[in-house]
Design a protein around this ligand. Structure first.
Ligand SMILES: Nc1ncnc2c1ncn2[C@@H]1O[C@H](COP(=O)(O)OP(=O)(O)OP(=O)(O)O)[C@@H](O)[C@H]1O
Length: 213
């Protein structure tokens, strides 16, 4: 379960302070599919980065599965992130010099999964997103939808309970968008908790709860 209590985030730049989140209380139960919905600049990505332990709040508490993340050392946070969270971004962030298969294998390497097991699992995940025939391609040879399906397989590599998606269909056309949303809905039905950032009302409609920011 995700629990934020009175979480605030302010960015401090050269002589400028940007207060983005103020005293946010948020609970996401296991198995929910939640959309963070709102206009550009309202802080959706900021909130998702806090949830994904990519960034830390300036005030308040963030509890992830009974762990008060504010008390964790950087190494512990990295461990939590690796074990529990899968990230999907609008611009995919695939590693261009690695094949599709190796992109999916990489997070398992970091998590210390034995070589044979990580390759087997990557093949299964890529089959699940319909990419068996693209396994040895470099990302530059993939379509946008294929890139995002690779990123989804990679996000699933370490069996994360939580999937955090930041505008996952933002750079895709209608058909690919529907396919990605079907995959996310299927993952939610299998038990993954999903938090998705979107500014698109129709996409927010796929989720079981919309949080208007
Ligand atoms: N690293 C940073 N340093 C300073 N300000 C930042 C930083 N990251 C974000 N901001 C500011 O915080 C505000 C919220 O940004 P954020 O990206 O969270 O919004 P968003 O709702 O995801 O927007 P969009 O839909 O356009 O992606 C913006 O005004 C942005 O300029």
């Amino acid at each position: 379960m995700i629990q934020m209590k009175q979480v605030s985030k302010t960015y401090y730049g050269d002589q400028v302070e940007t207060k983005v989140l103020e005293s946010v209380d948020l609970t996401v139960e296991k198995g929910e599919f939640v959309s963070l919905y709102g206009k550009s600049g309202c802080g959706k990505t900021t909130l998702l980065n806090l949830l994904g332990l990519i960034d830390t709040p300036t005030a308040g508490e963030y509890w992830l599965d009974e762990v008060n993340t504010g008390t964790c050392k950087p190494k512990e946070l990295a461990g939590l992130r690796n074990r529990k969270i899968g990230f999907i971004f609008q611009s995919f962030y695939l590693i261009s010099r690695l094949s599709v298969l190796d992109n999916v294998i990489l997070p398992m390497k970091y998590a210390g999964v034995p070589r044979k097991e990580r390759e087997e699992r990557a093949r299964i995940l890529l089959a699940e997103v319909g990419l068996t025939e693209r396994m040895n391609y470099l990302p530059s040879r993939l379509s946008g939808g294929e890139k995002q399906r690779t990123a989804i397989a990679r996000a699933l590599a370490n069996h994360p309970a939580y999937i955090l998606a930041d505008e996952p269909t933002g750079s895709l056309d209608g058909e690919n968008r529907d396919r990605i949303m079907e995959i996310l809905t299927g993952l939610n039905q299998k038990g993954h908790t999903i938090v998705m950032v979107t500014h698109d009302k129709e996409l927010a409609g796929y989720s079981s709860r919309i949080i208007q920011m």
